[in-house]
Design a protein around this ligand. Structure first.
Ligand SMILES: [Zn+2]
Length: 255
């Protein structure tokens, strides 16, 4: 396996969340957003390995619910955003934008990506992006605390990463997001082809991620808000990227 790739494992929890786990050493793992402890413990027990780090992207309960139980079980370091530490579980390491964080044999780079919440961060480890609820396949997080402008800025930061970056998002929303994308652009035959493949994967209960960011740059409607052809296709010719973004985000909320 090439050096730049990371060993990752999605652990499905709750209704449609993933806890993304990756190796931080020969016998240790990190868990991103453990909203539940049981499935993470089960994964580690089946391997006889430990939990070196917990990385939190934001404070919503489905991302932090398992932290306390995991902390009791493992000698683990809990990492989260400095600006949200008042509403995250107690942090061992509080991080900010661009910070480099050693994680055993790996290193994470922190990206502040506000919009879904004000303190939302993503973690880039080698070529893998743990995006939490900032970016999904064919979608992005609902703008709860920030403004659409802020969320768009955050998406631009993510879009600047290389095409080969592997996206690991915290929810399996791919099918619904893609159906929404198809509803925006019914004439986009490329999306119809992808839809068939996603139906096949979800029928077999296969996770649709990790998935390359280059694919999202081409097809994710929220990444395409500054593409004039896309704006024309969806009847928003002449609007700014922020306006197009805000308009499709609003439509997605009621889809
Ligand atoms: Zn959330």
């Amino acid at each position: 396996m090439p050096q730049h790739t990371l060993t990752v494992e999605p652990i499905p929890i709750l209704k449609d969340n993933y806890v993304w786990m990756f190796k931080t050493g020969d016998h240790s793992w990190a868990a991103v957003d453990p909203g539940e402890a049981g499935p993470v413990m089960h994964h580690l027990e089946s391997l006889g390995e430990g939990l070196s780090h917990i990385l939190l992207t934001h404070h919503h309960h489905d991302h932090i619910g398992g932290v306390d139980a995991l902390r009791k079980q493992f000698d683990t370091i809990v990492v989260g955003a400095e600006r949200d530490k008042h509403r995250l579980p107690a942090l061992d390491v509080a991080v900010a934008d661009h910070q480099r964080l050693p994680l055993g044999t790996e290193e994470a780079v922190v990206m502040e990506v506000a919009g879904h919440t004000l303190g939302h961060v993503a973690y880039l480890v080698k070529d893998t992006l743990f995006a939490g609820d900032a970016l999904f396949r064919f979608g992005c997080g609902r703008v709860f605390e920030g403004t659409p402008e802020q969320m768009w800025e955050s998406l631009l930061k993510i879009r600047a990463l290389p095409d080969t970056t592997q996206l690991c998002a915290a929810h399996e929303y791919t099918l619904t997001n893609l159906q929404f994308s198809c509803s925006l652009e019914p004439g986009n035959m490329g999306l119809q082809v992808i839809l068939k493949e996603i139906f096949r994967q979800t029928d077999m209960e296969q996770p649709t991620m990790p998935s390359p960011l280059g694919f999202e740059k081409q097809h994710n409607p929220f990444f395409r808000a500054d593409d004039p052809h896309f704006a024309r296709n969806i009847g928003l010719s002449g609007q700014t990227a922020e306006q197009v973004f805000a308009s499709i985000r609003k439509k997605r909320n009621s889809f």
